[in-house]
Design a protein around this ligand. Structure first.
Ligand code: DCP
Ligand code: MG
Ligand code: MG
Length: 433
């Protein structure tokens, strides 16, 4: 079995890249500034300051960081290596050739034959973001941080700076800290609303910092094409251009009535975003977290029982680590398999006690797995998925309670070791083959 990757990033078969590309491009809706959040009755907007952080060529940069031979070279990270699949991202050296996200790998190779295309390893990138959260907490408390996407954060720094100058300085400090922690560069946008901050980040990519104050609105934001507005995709862009709305300024000055007639409530949202009247705040996932999920798809199917169990173990370990990072324990587990014949088998189980112990979750998942049609040469497994629910705060005693007959494992300490020295540094025996 070779590469594994997060089910969010890798297509499950050779076809349908387009639909997958669209799927991964979807914005997390929870964070989209919804009309209700925009508080239209607020005449005098409460002044706020946001930082938006977005890594430069994220996946590609991580691969270049981890392999010095790749530095300074055109590198792409895609759904598969070689010519198949799509380019998920490309290093800035590759972008100089015209390689873009969403391009087919084949096309990319035509433009740049020396392109080094690498597979994507989702969990690795996610771990970086989990670690980074800790660094960001040095600047503002948890409730002012929102992880928006796989490589983006919003920070509400309103209460931590006195003016935009200080906001800018804080932005530089955050950038420095990220380099110190992860040796990765990012770009930062600073503005008085989330939408402008997100746009500002793009102004000086890579490794830049840009500021948009209310006075800069007409000069820096209004001339931009309207598709830069959060949520305006190709189709809406097309409809807007039919209405003679091409720039953000055009949208900001368009009639609210006409926009509402054309797009419903979204028309009003778009106009408000264009005008810098986005009053949405930080959406903090930790508070709302109801479940955690993880899945991976194998490039080669498997049927050997020990191999299957090894995959289950990997997901259990990964989910437990996520739980521990959020200081949570789970009481309920859901496990799903997809066979090569595209059929699914799924089941769930209540854990005896809430836990974030790798061994407990692994064993529970194996129990569920035992009730499925068992894999064999004619029924091979392709995809694994696991979700945990009924999440509670980890008071650190739940696990210990269970370990009466078990060797105690200092999981939190092990996580720290893994963070420092890499995933391979240590692996505990989970038992059960
Ligand atoms: N990604 C993906 N599919 C897409 C777009 C992006 O899998 N359609 C992945 C690869 C990127 C990561 O998400 O590395 C972050 O996406 P960004 O849009 O922030 O792009 P990059 O960080 O790669 O480049 P940039 O420097 O433009 O931010
Ligand atoms: Mg990025
Ligand atoms: Mg991004």
């Amino acid at each position: 079995m070779d590469k594994i990757s997060s089910s969010f990033f890798i297509p499950r078969n050779e076809q349908g890249y387009e639909s997958i590309y669209k799927r991964i491009r979807l914005m997390p809706l929870y964070s989209f500034p919804h009309y209700k959040e925009l508080k239209p009755h607020l005449k005098n907007l409460v002044p706020k300051v946001f930082l938006h952080i977005d890594f430069d060529a994220f996946y590609a940069q991580v691969e270049q960081r981890d392999n010095p031979n790749l530095r300074g070279k055109p590198v792409s990270v895609g759904s598969t290596t070689g010519n198949k699949g799509i380019v998920m991202t490309a290093s800035y050296e590759a972008r100089a050739f015209g390689i873009e996200t969403g391009m087919s790998q084949w096309e990319a190779r035509q433009i740049c034959p020396q392109l080094i295309s690498l597979p994507c390893y989702g969990p690795k990138y996610e771990v970086i973001m989990i670690n980074l959260m800790k660094g960001l907490r040095e600047f503002v408390p948890d409730e002012f941080i929102e992880q928006y996407s796989v490589d983006e954060y919003f920070l509400d720094i309103t209460y931590f700076v006195r003016n935009f100058k200080q906001a800018e300085q804080l932005g530089y400090k955050v950038k420095e800290r990220i380099i110190e922690m992860e040796n990765l560069t990012c770009s930062v946008g600073v503005s008085y609303n989330k939408s402008y901050a997100k746009m500002a980040t793009k102004f000086m990519k890579p490794n830049g910092l840009s500021l948009v104050t209310p006075e800069d609105r007409e000069t820096k934001i209004y001339p931009l094409p309207v598709k830069k507005i959060w949520g305006v995709g190709t189709r809406i862009n097309r409809r807007l251009s039919i209405m003679n709305i091409f720039t953000i300024g055009d949208l900001a000055n368009a009639s609210e009535y006409v926009l509402k007639k054309e797009f419903g409530i979204n028309g009003i949202v778009f106009r408000k975003l264009a005008r810098g009247e986005d009053t949405s705040g930080i959406f903090n996932r930790v508070v709302h977290e109801k479940s955690l999920n993880h899945g991976h798809t194998l490039t080669n199917t498997i049927y050997d029982l020990s191999e299957v169990k090894n995959e289950i173990r990997k997901i259990a370990e990964y989910l437990c680590r996520k739980l521990r990072d959020k200081k949570l324990v789970a009481g309920y587990l859901y496990f799903v398999l997809r066979y090569d014949n595209l059929r699914y088998a799924s089941g769930d189980i209540h854990l005896d006690h809430h836990s974030n112990d790798d061994r407990i979750l692994y064993e529970a998942a194996v129990d569920v797995f035992k009730s499925f049609p068992q894999p064999n040469e004619c029924l091979q497994v392709r995809m694994f998925g696991m979700g945990v629910f009924s999440l509670h705060q980890d008071t650190k005693d739940c696990n210990l309670e269970l370990f009466k007959n078990r060797v105690k494992v200092p999981f939190y300490a092990l996580d720290k070791l893994k963070q420092k020295y890499g995933e391979g540094i240590i692996r505990i025996g989970l038992g059960g083959g």
